[in-house]
Ligand binder design. Structure first.
Ligand code: GLN
Length: 500
């Protein structure tokens, strides 16, 4: 299918299915055809045609029998491959979770992640698994064992990462929404580079049961969608307490969708000066300023705030995240979990050969960094110190939120960069996470909303630029109010990636 029109908004689709005007079977066929046409982007690792058609038929039967349909009735949704799905492989884009290195021999979980189960219960149609950086480690989707993903706006560029596949498939229009996971920016940053909405919920808002762990004190599952309201509806479905995850908060879920209709008059919007530092692309700066002006016009009060420990975010994150990763990934040893190398020999050789062949370069780098940071001689100097700085970063936000209801910042210092540009320079790659990491360390919630398109420049086409909204933990409603207020007046609302 060559059409690059986006599917309708989630609200329209569901209303159409519930009233009988839209057929879930036809919607699903259309989404599957679009997903097949996305092959050159490599955003899907798996398209589950049969399973999707079965769900669509079950929903159609339910409708025919006059039974009430769920809040996502007939909506095609793609799932990041870090989430367990009973009817599709689940590999976190790593060879170690396959039998022979090919995706088709990927691990088949015996259960669905809680968020996946909740989508099914809401009558969504899951159409496939999306590509990602291996174990969610990366910012460009170039660390996947199954090839990189291309940005639908410019296929020579990265889609962002690690949820690059989940952002690209919404931007290309094959689905209206997807699930991603965000440890230090992996939903917000690809959403920004692909021109879609992405929400990182507060830590503990959404169950992590069935999410393959990267860094357990930071990981959160969240929605990507083609509009703010769609993301709100998805979050309402997936959020809330889960008996399978004791780190998931026992708090009632907010009314995120109705928060989209609240007029933001009097809302205090904080602008942290540290987020507008050297290295910020002027096009990004201009896009963010445009959103600030628009919110001011709608009656928001713009205040300057300070987040003085921002400069320590990158080092703190890359110590804590790698430390937790080294521990989480120790289970993939070819004995308990993960592929076993044929040359196993004794136990040590089994570990070495299996992990050596199963993990990619970036994952190995992180395991080594994390193991070093946790080693007995260095624990105090690195890991403990990083935890102390994490507390200072959290306090920065507490103080800023005394003066502001929501913070507004860039998502990424630049537009999407070219494939291959930063592969040889991991530090350069890590530096690009400067605006997303602190919120993850503080456990607060954040959203990326399309702010503008850059002007085409010679061979470079127009590229999306996102703006980041941040709110205190468990105040997701504020994100939706501010995000929807901007979206209503945004000139890029509903922009679609042009045909390839
Ligand atoms: N880019 C960051 C990293 O590489 C964040 C990744 C994520 O949020 N999963 O660790």
């Amino acid at each position: 299918m060559s059409s690059r029109s986006r599917p309708d908004s989630i609200r329209e689709t569901v209303a159409g299915v519930q009233s009988g005007q839209l057929s879930p079977i036809e919607l699903t066929r259309d989404a599957l055809a679009r997903a097949e046409a996305d092959a050159p982007l490599n955003c899907y690792l798996h398209v589950g045609t049969e399973a999707a058609m079965q769900s669509a038929e079950a929903i159609a039967d339910k409708a025919k029998a006059g039974n009430p349909l769920g809040p996502l009735a007939g909506v095609a949704i793609a799932i990041k491959d870090a989430l367990c799905t009973i009817d599709a492989p689940t590999t976190a884009a790593s060879r170690i979770l396959t039998r022979d290195g090919n995706y088709t021999s990927g691990w088949r979980p015996a259960y669905d992640a809680t968020v996946v189960q909740r989508l099914r219960d809401a009558d969504a149609v899951l159409i496939g698994k999306t590509n990602m950086d291996e174990f969610a480690m990366g910012s460009s989707n170039e660390n996947s064992a199954f090839g990189n993903v291309r940005n639908p706006w410019d296929p020579s560029r990265i889609p962002g990462g690690s949820s690059g596949g989940s952002a690209a498939c919404v931007a290309s229009g094959s689905v209206a929404a997807s699930l991603g996971s965000d440890t230090g920016g992996s939903i917000r940053q690809p959403a920004s580079h692909c021109g879609v909405v992405g929400v990182k919920p507060s830590y503990g808002r959404v169950s992590r049961y069935g999410l393959i762990a990267f860094a357990s004190s930071l990981d959160q599952v969240g929605p990507l969608a083609n509009d703010v309201r769609g993301a709100a509806r998805l979050l309402e479905v997936i959020a809330g307490p889960d008996q399978h995850d004791s780190t998931c908060a026992q708090r009632a879920v907010g009314k995120y969708e109705s928060a989209c209709d609240i007029v933001p008059k009097g809302l205090r919007v904080g602008v942290p000066e540290e987020y507008f530092a050297e290295g910020l692309d002027p096009r990004v700066q201009q896009a963010v300023t445009g959103v600030i002006d628009a919110l001011r016009e709608q009656g928001c009060e713009i205040v300057n705030v300070k987040l003085p420990h921002t400069q320590y975010g990158i080092s703190t994150y890359y110590l804590i995240a790698t430390a937790e990763a080294s521990s989480n990934l120790s289970r993939f040893d070819g004995v308990r979990f993960g592929m076993r190398h044929e040359q196993s020999g004794d136990l040590l050789a089994t570990y070495e050969n299996s992990r050596g062949a199963g993990f990619g370069t970036e994952v190995k780098r992180r395991i080594m960094l994390g193991t070093y940071a946790l080693s007995s001689g260095y624990y105090d100097a690195y890991y403990r110190k990083a935890q102390q700085v994490r507390t200072l970063i959290r306090r920065d936000f507490d103080q800023a939120f005394e003066r502001a209801d929501v913070l507004l910042t860039p998502v990424s210092p630049t537009v999407a960069f070219s494939l291959g540009e930063r592969v040889q320079d991991p530090l350069q790659m890590y530096l690009a996470d400067v605006y997303t990491l602190p919120a993850s360390l503080a456990g607060i919630c954040g959203m990326s909303v399309p702010a503008a398109l850059s002007a085409p420049d010679g061979p470079t086409p127009a590229l999306p630029i996102g703006v980041q909204l941040l709110a205190p933990a468990f105040r997701e409603e504020v994100l939706f109010t501010a995000g929807a207020a901007w979206e209503r007046v945004s000139p890029v609302r509903g922009s679609v990636a042009p045909p390839r």
